[in-house]
Write a protein that binds this ligand. Structure first.
Ligand SMILES: Cc1ncc(C[n+]2csc(CCOP(=O)(O)OP(=O)(O)O)c2C)c(N)n1
Length: 648
């Protein structure tokens, strides 16, 4: 199995690549010079893989601070005549929606491809919005690969399209396309144009109302040209010659094709595959409709193609039955079964799915377990300390005063679960501090405690913190600074000190930013010092309540996965901790309240004394502090000293 970086020296041949790497390869073969992104599943590997080959190819790749900045950086490159790509998950395009809408007015000088990786079924997202609608909204054409294999060629085509039209273009992928490995045919790699010249033209690039009004008319004209041009998109095609027309968009095409095979229905049906989904190719669709008895549109999520087909049918006064969402349904990913069921109903045929062969469950089967914070995760001690501080406060003045925990998106969202229960809200990136501004004013008894990761803080946490200072909204903000964007696979961020291309850079500190914007109470703690962390948290909560102003606690300790990797790379082992069975009383604090997954009761329910799994223990050593009976100690104290520095 190859990775994109194994293919940079190849201009022909084949390689097995991830769908996202296929998109990256397509961009390279199109001569991309600039790629920017903010990570987010399922889009991350596009720019991650480009970052790995950037130096070899002489191109520029960056992890931007958020999707809006990623979009703007790439847009400016395309305005200078350099081919540019920006990639993001579907919700990322909401963050970049402002420049997206305006970029259609200015257009670009060279190919500008916006990759949105949507997540039907929400495998790793807070919603399943269909970003093809952004294309309709912004007058930006949208293309969708029908198979992961097609993703590479389509990417190249979309660059050419955007370049020809001097207009941004959206490539929409989905989790199935992005995360499937396929055989890709490799093509030649051109030399990218990495520096250009910005054609100064205020009438085009300065969107004051007088200019924007003119540009709006030009945009509509350009849209007409785009509508013409998509007629020639070679990725749209018709198969079969029956009179029952099925139009399938994106990955739904692959399912529809297979369903027709299974139903043995090609003599009755014709399949129109659309890869140019916004706008759809009107003439091509009209031609397919002209001798069809009825039509079924199969697409995931919203009826984007269906609405366009219906409007063509209405405008042309065609008398044809149009089906789509009525047979396919709205939510979640397309599946083989869903496509099959819809097509069978449409064709009015019976079908039965082959029965899956019942398999014996393997004997050593692991039962499903809820996701949890890793052993050694620096968030666990912080959450443990915060829960204890809050429980003491609750005991003093009643549960109804327990703070509102305004959570955010990252590994730390797992603080939602018992035993910590420290997330009451989680809406979108930056929403923790944002919502805290509202709770600070409108919740009668409770102060808000916003909990936010470092990457999320830099992404969208700073403006709402400025708002809190400016409007004097009392809240405690806890920045969980593990110096990496852990959730999406350890991409560096401004707290890391390294760029996407591996260059050393300045390390930004959330506490410096908090002080600079006027937060008067700013604390920094190492959360593995539990006593100190509890003291600081209590002090900060008291400050917020008394002074009715925001306070910030930065809880800094490196992600344990990164620390362990560094220790091993240095040729050292991580220290292991052990429980002294003579001292342990089986109180369960370490496995129930601290909830380290490396610790469990010895032989429940007979022997509840703790035991530490040496395979899982990474030697963070916090359990030593947590144990009320001093029953836990390192096996090799020297190793603890030797590895201490790796956790910073
Ligand atoms: C607008 C948007 N972009 C990207 C994502 C994907 N995403 C979820 S959390 C996260 C960052 C988490 O990093 P950090 O705040 O440092 O927390 P950690 O995972 O390290 O605990 C990202 C990129 C998202 N949910 N929304």
């Amino acid at each position: 199995m190859a990775r994109l970086r194994d293919t940079v020296a190849m201009s022909s041949g084949r390689a097995v690549l991830l769908g996202n790497e296929a998109i990256a390869r397509g961009a390279i073969e199109a001569g991309v010079a600039v790629a920017t992104a903010y990570p987010g599943t399922p889009s991350t590997e596009i720019v991650e893989s480009l970052a790995e080959v950037a130096r070899d190819l002489g191109i520029y790749v960056e992890w931007s601070v958020n999707e809006k900045v990623a979009f703007e950086t790439a847009l400016a490159a395309a305005m200078c005549g350099c081919r540019a790509l920006t990639a993001m998950k579907h919700v990322g395009l909401n963050v970049a929606a402002d420049p997206l809408m305006s970029s259609a007015y200015t257009g670009v000088e060279e190919g500008f491809v916006i990759v949105t990786a949507d997540d039907p079924s929400m495998w790793s997202s807070q919603n399943e919005q269909d970003n093809r609608i952004y294309g309709l909204h912004a007058y930006i054409p949208v293309f969708e690969p029908g198979t992961p294999k097609e993703a590479k060629e389509l990417t190249r085509y979309v660059f050419e399209f955007s370049s020809r039209m001097k207009h941004p273009a959206i490539l929409r992928s989905t989790t199935r396309i992005s995360h499937t490995r396929v055989v890709i045919d490799l093509g030649p790699i051109p030399r990218p144009v990495c520096r250009g010249s910005f054609p100064k033209d205020p009438k085009r690039f300065v969107l004051v109302p007088a200019h924007a009004r003119e540009l709006r008319l030009e945009l509509l004209k350009r849209w007409e040209r785009i509508r013409e041009e998509v007629e020639y998109c070679p990725f749209n095609c018709v198969e079969g010659d029956g009179r029952l027309l099925i139009i399938a968009a994106g990955i739904s095409y692959a399912y529809a094709r297979e369903a027709l095979d299974m139903l043995n229905a090609w003599s009755r049906a014709r399949l129109l595959k659309l890869s140019s989904v916004v706008p759809i190719p009107r003439k091509t669709v009209l031609k397919a409709l002209s001798d069809a008895e009825k039509v079924l549109i199969i697409e995931e999520l919203e009826p984007v193609v269906e609405m366009q087909v219906k409007s063509i049918v209405a405008e042309e006064g065609l008398r044809i039955e149009v089906h789509g969402k009525d047979l396919v349904g709205y939510p979640y990913e397309m599946t083989m079964e869903r496509a099959l069921r819809a097509i069978a109903r449409f064709l009015e045929v019976d079908y039965s799915l082959p029965q899956p062969v019942a398999e014996e469950p393997p004997k050593d089967m692991v039962f499903p377990r809820p996701p949890q914070l890793c052993p050694g995760c620096p968030y666990r001690p912080l959450y443990y300390a915060l829960r204890r501080v809050v429980d003491r406060l609750n005991a003093e003045r009643g549960q109804e005063h327990e703070p509102v925990f305004c959570g955010d998106i990252g590994c730390y969202t797992l603080g939602l679960n018992p035993p910590f229960r420290l997330h009451d809200t989680c809406i979108e990136m930056g929403g923790s501090i944002g919502l805290a501004n509202g709770f600070a004013r409108f919740e009668r008894n409770r102060i808000p405690i916003a909990i936010i990761g470092d990457s999320t803080f830099f992404h969208a946490g700073i403006p709402p913190l400025i708002n809190a200072v400016y409007n004097r909204n009392p809240m405690l903000v806890i920045v969980l600074d593990n110096r990496i964007t852990a959730m999406t696979g350890h991409q560096p961020n401004p707290s890391t000190g390294v760029t996407a291309m591996g260059e050393e850079t300045k390390t930004l500190r959330p506490e410096d930013i908090a002080r600079a914007i006027g937060v008067e109470a700013v604390y920094v703690v190492d959360p593995t010092n539990i006593a100190e962390t509890e003291k600081v948290l209590r002090e900060a909560i008291d400050y917020v309540e008394k002074s009715r102003a925001p306070a910030v606690v930065v809880s800094r300790r490196l992600c344990s996965l990164v620390a362990v990797r560094r220790i091993r790379r240095a040729g050292l082992e991580v220290p292991k901790y052990v429980v002294d069975p003579e001292k342990c009383r089986g109180c369960g604090v370490c496995y129930n309240k601290f909830a380290c997954p490396a610790i469990r009761p010895r032989d429940p329910p007979n022997d509840m004394r703790a035991v530490i799994d040496p395979e899982l223990c990474v030697g963070c050593g916090v359990c030593e502090q947590v144990c009320p009976f001093h029953a836990i100690a390192p096996q090799n104290p020297e190793l603890v000293e030797k590895t201490r520095g790796f956790w910073r």
